[in-house]
Design a protein around this ligand. Structure first.
Ligand SMILES: [Zn+2]
Length: 249
């Protein structure tokens, strides 16, 4: 089972311990996100040192005001390292608004262009900004799009139609998440992914405590129960989807 979106280097405990616990739980691969000027080099180093770790390169919407030609050059450098499998996470976050709207849009467009240019998938962070996110993606998305911590339930049909991957995080397991759970039942087998987004959004029964990649197994079990399928088969399906989406070797 793969954790397709995690921030190992932002977890409280030492990365080697976090990875060891993930392996013990049955997590065979992780994609650790590099989405700031600080996180990209630490994530890249982890991927270089561990055969089961891949990484990404990008600037999170929270840090979008750091986007500049110099930053783009740094992202491009990290994106072309051998263990980097995607651009991102990038997108729009109108909920937290840590960066001004115009800065978020500029950084998002710039990274989609980079993803197209480098033929890499784009990992999308979209929070309270579904309409604006989809409007930009419609015209500017690269060939492969992963909707990380999927929540754009009103746009599910369009996401499916366009063949965009829907990656479910620990918030799927929260009792109030009924709309999201309905969406998770409807995503076709070939577009479903699962992730932790650790250290955030720990699934039940770890809700409210720091998350880590090992806990993707809880989200997997929950997703399998929603979809009425065998967890092992779903894990195999998600692994295969991740292999195709991120061109993992
Ligand atoms: Zn993330």
């Amino acid at each position: 089972m793969i954790d397709t979106h995690t921030h190992v280097t932002s977890c409280r405990d030492d990365s080697a311990e976090v990875l060891a616990r993930a392996r013990a739980a049955g997590v065979t691969r992780v994609i650790t996100i590099g989405s700031s000027l600080a996180e990209m080099p630490t994530a890249a180093a982890l991927a270089r040192d561990h055969a089961d770790v891949f990484t990404t390169a990008g600037i999170h919407p929270h840090a979008a005001d750091t986007w500049s030609p110099a930053t783009e050059a740094v992202v491009r450098h990290h994106a072309t390292l051998p263990r980097c499998v995607a651009i991102g996470e990038t997108g729009l976050d109108w909920f937290r608004m840590h960066a001004p709207r115009e800065a978020q849009v500029r950084a998002f467009r710039g990274q989609l262009e980079l993803a197209r240019d480098l033929s890499l998938p784009a990992v999308i962070h979209c929070r309270d900004a579904d309409d604006d996110c989809f409007a930009i993606l419609r015209d500017e998305a690269p060939a492969t799009v992963v909707l990380h911590c999927f929540a754009a339930t009103r746009h599910l049909d369009e996401a499916i139609e366009r063949g965009w991957y829907c990656s479910f995080a620990g918030n799927l397991t929260y009792p109030s998440a009924t709309t999201l759970q309905d969406a998770a039942r409807r995503v076709p087998d070939h577009l479903v992914l699962a992730e932790t987004d650790a250290p955030y959004l720990a699934p039940v029964p770890h809700r409210g405590r720091p998350n880590e990649p090992a806990y993707v197994m809880h989200t997997l079990l929950y997703l399998a129960s929603l979809r009425g399928c065998d967890p092992n088969e779903l894990a195999t399906q998600i692994d295969e989807n991740a292999r195709v989406a991120f061109n993992l070797r």
